[in-house]
Ligand binder design. Structure first.
Ligand code: TRP
Length: 329
């Protein structure tokens, strides 16, 4: 049997090229070798208020983007977290073995809580729900970005604690796969990772941006005061543009140097823009086809949930028996 992989993204904000190059593209690459579950984590999204109509639309959009990027629903399960009740059930059981102190220490929690007037309990529980996602499927590997490494570490701690209290139950998930592909930074501020929740118009290139928008954003990207590409002295903005080009083209460092050394920033930007436009074109075309077929995405999501629910439910049954909760045979 192939080892199981689980990963997910929140259906909030707009998916951008950083999400594609850092995550989605890897998922597509590894899917033939694993039994993969790719989740749309809507229960995580509502840890911060989401407009209901918008959330509904974003769930379908994210599923269509998974498909358009090349996740093959015949190989991998694409499913929505809230459609398999076992996610929320297991989260509760894990909550009961998780010290509050562990959760209060999470960096992401501290960052998000700091800007809330009232901190919802869901924000604190966020990593427990994430642990439930992973442990439900006994996932061996969890491909996530380094910003999620702390949550993955916590997942292992929770699993270990449960195992020591109630007996061997959970498989320890391995650290994320080494992500090939660059860490893409914001176009407006190359010191910050490109983010889905960043509001600035010039910050990220969304996967569904029209070509004119992509060109405009790249032409306005922050560089530095030098006139042309100098590999001995790369500023972070120029380096980011080169990384974007390299990730989409698949060129090696030698090819990059030979092609871009000495090129003026204006010309560099033009070439990066054309590379991004051309690379996203097929994905956008598939997205339009998928979106034009009513009910198609819903069907995929229903099949995905049906496929994974038995695995998730049997984990919940096992956990119930281990904990002494009522689980008739
Ligand atoms: N917290 C993850 C993120 O923001 C999303 C997520 C939720 C996830 N559950 C997961 C990722 C389980 C991997 C496995 O990126």
């Amino acid at each position: 049997m192939k080892p199981r992989v689980f990963s997910g993204m929140q259906p909030s904000g707009n998916l951008h090229i950083g999400n594609y190059l850092g995550a989605l593209k890897n998922w597509v690459r590894i899917q033939p070798d694993y039994e993969a579950v790719f989740c749309i984590v809507d229960l995580h999204a509502v840890t911060l208020y989401q407009d209901p109509a918008e959330l509904r639309a974003k769930i379908l959009e994210l599923a269509a983007l998974y498909l358009a990027a090349g996740i093959d629903p015949h190989q991998s399960a694409i499913m929505v977290q809230s459609s398999v009740a076992a996610h929320a059930e297991l989260a509760w059981m894990l909550t009961c073995v998780t010290p509050v102190g562990w959760l209060e220490r999470m960096t992401q929690y501290k960052t998000k809580a700091a800007v809330q007037e009232t901190v919802g309990d869901g924000l604190l529980q966020y990593p427990v729900l994430m642990a439930a996602d992973i442990l439900l499927y006994q996932a061996a590997i969890v491909p996530v970005g380094d910003d999620q490494a702390q949550h993955l570490e916590l997942t292992r701690d929770i699993a270990q604690r449960f195992n020591s209290l109630y007996g061997e139950t959970f498989v320890m998930p391995a650290t994320s796969l080494p992500t090939v592909g660059a860490r893409i930074m914001g176009l407006d501020d190359p010191s910050k990772k490109m983010s889905k929740s960043e509001a600035g118009a010039g910050h990220a290139i969304s996967l569904l941006d029209p070509p004119a928008t992509i060109r405009k954003k790249i032409m306005r990207a922050t560089t530095d005061s030098a006139p042309a590409v100098d590999f001995a002295l790369l500023g972070p903005g120029v380096e980011n543009l080169l990384n974007i080009y390299q990730a989409f083209s698949g060129w090696d460092a030698e090819q990059m140097r030979a092609h871009f050394a000495g090129l003026r920033y204006g010309d560099l930007k033009k070439q990066v823009a054309e590379m991004v436009v051309a690379s996203l074109e097929p994905l956008q075309q598939r997205y339009r086809e998928i979106a034009a077929e009513p009910g198609y995405v819903d069907g995929i999501l229903r099949q995905g949930a049906e496929r994974v629910a038995p695995i998730a439910n049997s984990t919940v049954e096992l956990v119930k028996r281990r904990m002494g909760l009522y689980a008739p045979c």
